[in-house]
Design a protein around this ligand. Structure first.
Ligand SMILES: NC(=O)c1ccc[n+]([C@@H]2O[C@H](COP(=O)([O-])OP(=O)(O)OC[C@H]3O[C@@H](n4cnc5c(N)ncnc54)[C@H](OP(=O)(O)O)[C@@H]3O)[C@@H](O)[C@H]2O)c1
Length: 217
């Protein structure tokens, strides 16, 4: 049975990913900032292990790695992110641009010793640098920074044995995307899962849409 780790799984797209992978018989490590009160995450059927993780907290990241106890992670998906209302640009950057890279690098050995060896960081189309980026604000800036950091490291991650991508999950009906968004959590989660299933050497290091189309940087 393959193993997936979903970082930021309390609700929204992360929770949808846990539901899909668990439903297909994967072993799932799911993280939440509220492990003692996991809500819907605690109700997902299947082999789901819940861990506490505030992604900006280095000690908690290391504790999560240690809790894996040497287990291999076939697929790692860093989904946690904030839109940033009421937060400074530095705080948004910490969550959206720095934590995904630091978490992936900390867990990379666990991924590299698995059979599939795949990593996805969830970004957004807004993080693309094509066209005018004026007025995108701290959220768009943080996702652009995430994309930049990823591109700077993709070759090194490949040398360390992993296949990695950034994925735009679509405009999704979640707390962040709002109720008028274009697609459901289930559609987005299925799309992300398909992109990960199709990830191979030729697709490594690139920016993908949830529906399998490549996105320009
Ligand atoms: N929805 C969209 O239309 C859309 C479009 C493009 C990209 N995205 C990206 O997709 C990802 C998921 O979005 P979503 O719509 O599912 O958002 P959401 O419903 O607001 O859920 C965000 C998730 O991230 C977690 N999280 C936030 N900050 C965290 C932190 N510091 N430490 C640990 N976990 C943290 C939240 O945990 P808590 O419950 O503890 O807050 C929650 O599980 C994000 O990276 C977002 O930028 C979403």
């Amino acid at each position: 049975m393959p193993t997936v780790a979903v970082i930021g799984a309390s609700r929204g797209i992360g929770l949808g990913l846990v539901e899909r992978y668990a439903d297909e018989g994967w072993r799932v490590h799911a993280t939440t900032r509220m492990p003692r009160d996991p809500g819907r995450l605690g109700e997902v059927a299947g082999e789901v292990r819940i861990h506490g993780l505030e992604v900006t907290d280095r000690a908690q990241r290391e504790a999560f790695r240690d809790a894996l106890g040497g287990e291999a992670i076939d697929v790692l998906i860093h989904n946690a992110g904030v839109y940033g209302d009421g937060m400074t640009a530095a705080e948004v950057n910490r969550v959206n641009a720095e934590a995904p890279i630091e978490t992936a690098e900390l867990l990379m050995d666990a991924v590299a010793r698995s059979a599939q060896r795949k990593i996805a960081l969830i970004t957004r189309t807004m993080g693309a640098r094509r066209g005018s980026r004026r007025g995108l604000g701290k959220y768009g800036d943080s996702k652009a920074a995430l994309n930049d950091r990823f591109r700077a490291r993709a070759d090194d991650w490949r040398r360390r044995g992993c296949l990695a991508v950034v994925i735009h999950p679509g405009w999704v009906r979640t707390d962040m995307g709002g109720r008028n968004a274009a697609i459901s959590v289930a559609e987005s989660a299925r799309g992300i899962q398909d992109v990960m299933a199709g990830l191979d050497e030729s697709r490594h290091g690139r920016f993908w849409n949830w529906d399998g189309r490549e996105h320009p940087w």
